[in-house]
Write a new protein. Structure first.
Length: 151
């Protein structure tokens, strides 16, 4: 009985390794034949902010593509600099988490508003929302784009 169980365990281990090797071979074969490689940022929809003056800020551009948190404020250390005295040095932040764009106030003097509601907690941004940092107002546009990279 003992030798039979040892044989079964050895056979089980051999089949497991054979299966894993087959999966690895198929993955290698699939990607080495010039198949498309999924874009790691394809899951992230574009966030575009349009100001009242017509300026557009695209958060899908190369400048922001790898950032999960975008600091907003008047200070030079921010990613998005808004040169207005009504905007605090470190006013707030825009982030991408859990498949959603979010906005958050950083205890600014003049507040961060979403659809004219002053923010006290991190809040989800939806397409068409009106976002205001101090006196700087933007309309949000969220665009879902799926792309792939070719090898």
């Amino acid at each position: 009985m003992g030798i039979f169980l040892l044989f079964l365990r050895a056979a089980e281990t051999a089949f497991l390794y054979a299966f894993l090797l087959l999966v690895l071979y198929l993955l290698w074969k699939f990607y080495s034949d010039g198949a498309a490689i999924p874009n790691p940022f394809a899951h992230r929809p574009e966030l575009i902010l349009k100001s009242d003056e017509g300026n557009e800020i695209e958060f899908s551009s190369a400048k922001y593509a790898a950032m999960d948190v975008i600091m907003v404020g008047r200070g030079e250390q921010n990613h998005l600099i808004l040169p207005s005295s009504a905007v605090s040095l470190e006013h707030g932040k825009i982030s991408y988490e859990r498949n959603q764009w979010w906005v958050e106030d950083n205890h600014s003097r003049n507040g961060t508003y979403l659809n004219e509601t002053k923010l006290t907690t991190k809040t989800a941004i939806l397409d068409g929302d009106i976002l205001r940092f101090g006196d700087q107002t933007f309309k949000t546009h969220i665009i879902e784009r799926r792309t792939i990279w070719k090898k």
